[in-house]
Design a protein around this ligand. Structure first.
Ligand code: FES
Length: 124
């Protein structure tokens, strides 16, 4: 599935956690290990990864200079921004190396009935 550059049709699902609402983004089996999806939520680009069967999501905007960090190369659970080489921890959005010094927002991911769901803060 190629979601690059497209908006999702978001489906509101029951939220089981406070402060976020989970939205269905597609069948988990359509995002195989090693692949990534590019989504947009209210004009915020987000990248979703499957790394060895674990799913992670973070803003697709580098905290250094707004580069398309989600297009970078993965090194385990780290991603290298293609613009200036800053590294981030995909599992939590933490900035690991300069020139980026600020973290990137990461989102919780869960699977319900085979569907991937992303937790978007209620007030973003
Ligand atoms: S824009 Fe990502 S390291 Fe500069």
């Amino acid at each position: 599935m190629d979601w690059a550059g497209k908006n999702c049709n978001w489906m509101r699902t029951n939220s089981v956690e406070k402060a976020v609402t989970f939205y269905e983004i597609g069948p988990a089996d359509e995002l195989p290990a090693g692949e990534r999806w590019f989504l947009e939520v209210e004009d915020v680009p987000i990248v979703v990864f499957n790394i060895n069967g674990d799913y992670y999501a973070m803003d697709d905007v580098c905290s250094h200079d707004n580069g398309p960090v989600g297009e970078g190369e993965l090194d385990g659970t780290q991603i290298v921004c293609p613009r200036h080489g800053a590294r981030f921890d995909v599992t939590n959005g933490k900035s690991l190396t300069p020139p980026a010094v600020e973290n990137i927002h990461a989102y919780p991911i869960r699977i319900t009935d085979g569907q991937l769901e992303i937790g978007i803060p209620d007030e973003q």
